[in-house]
Ligand binder design. Structure first.
Ligand code: FE2
Length: 249
């Protein structure tokens, strides 16, 4: 498995609190079948000001070294979870934010109560600039819970769609779970990730989620969500999927 959404880079956001916790999170990931992991600290103006540059690179190198010294056989890649903003196409073009493993794909999040028309505007501008948003945890957004056809539209625009394991397992509430399962049934989901933060809160263990998906959606679909598309994201290749089902009017 390849986990494309994790907050295991320590001390930069509301994710891992220490290097020791990061190593533990990576150990748990490995035990649950994850062999590769993208670190995606928040890039959220005035709240988590993480941008491409020496400071973040040094922190990332320190994690990479610690993982190596601990002998953990995981592949680590760089990324960010970027909060949508008007100047995002410029930030991408100027290399001020990290895309997912330096590919055309980047992890994009929205405020839970955002206006879907504004989301579409930002997404379209980023695509026009040559980048492909992978939308983080849409099932958690209130405006998606109200109208999941928004995600069908994003999918048709060419976006990647990433669900959190917690939404599928019901850890983010009933509505997030219902929405996540509906999006899976409508075949508008590209991948599933942990969005792991801490050892005691939203961790890296993917076992329960993998079992649930295999049991309810089959092995092929599960493989596509947890391995094939995440690998395509890492390599900047085209995502695959089943024929999406539109939402009825
Ligand atoms: Fe996240």
């Amino acid at each position: 498995m390849i986990d494309i959404h994790t907050h295991v880079l320590p001390g930069v956001d509301d994710g891992s609190e220490s290097m020791a916790m990061s190593l533990k999170l990576i150990e748990t990931a490995l035990e649950s079948g994850t062999h590769s992991l993208i670190t995606t600290p928040h890039c959220y103006q005035n709240i988590f000001d993480n941008y491409a540059g020496e400071k973040l690179q040094e922190r990332w190198d320190a994690l990479h070294d610690a993982v190596h010294r601990a002998g953990l056989p995981v592949h680590l890649y760089q990324g960010m979870e970027i909060m949508a903003r008007e100047d995002l196409p410029d930030l991408l073009k100027q290399g001020k934010v990290w895309t997912l493993n330096s590919s055309k794909y980047f992890l994009l999040e929205f405020e839970f109560g955002e206006n879907p028309a504004w989301c579409r505007k930002i997404i379209s501008a980023c695509i026009k600039a040559g980048y492909v948003p992978v939308i983080a945890h849409p099932a958690r957004y209130y405006f998606v819970q109200d109208d999941p056809s928004v995600v069908y539209d994003w999918y048709q625009l060419g976006c990647g769609i990433q669900l959190n394991k917690g939404s599928i397992l019901g850890e983010n509430g009933r509505q997030a779970r219902d929405t996540a399962l509906s999006l899976l049934r409508h075949c508008v989901v590209s991948c599933v990730a942990s969005d792991a933060h801490r050892t005691y809160w939203r961790n890296t263990d993917m076992r329960g989620c993998t079992e649930y998906l295999e049991k309810n959606f089959g092995e092929d679909y599960t493989y596509m969500l947890l391995e094939d598309n995440p690998d395509r994201i890492l390599r900047g290749r085209k995502l695959v999927g089943y024929k999406p089902l539109p939402y009825a009017e």
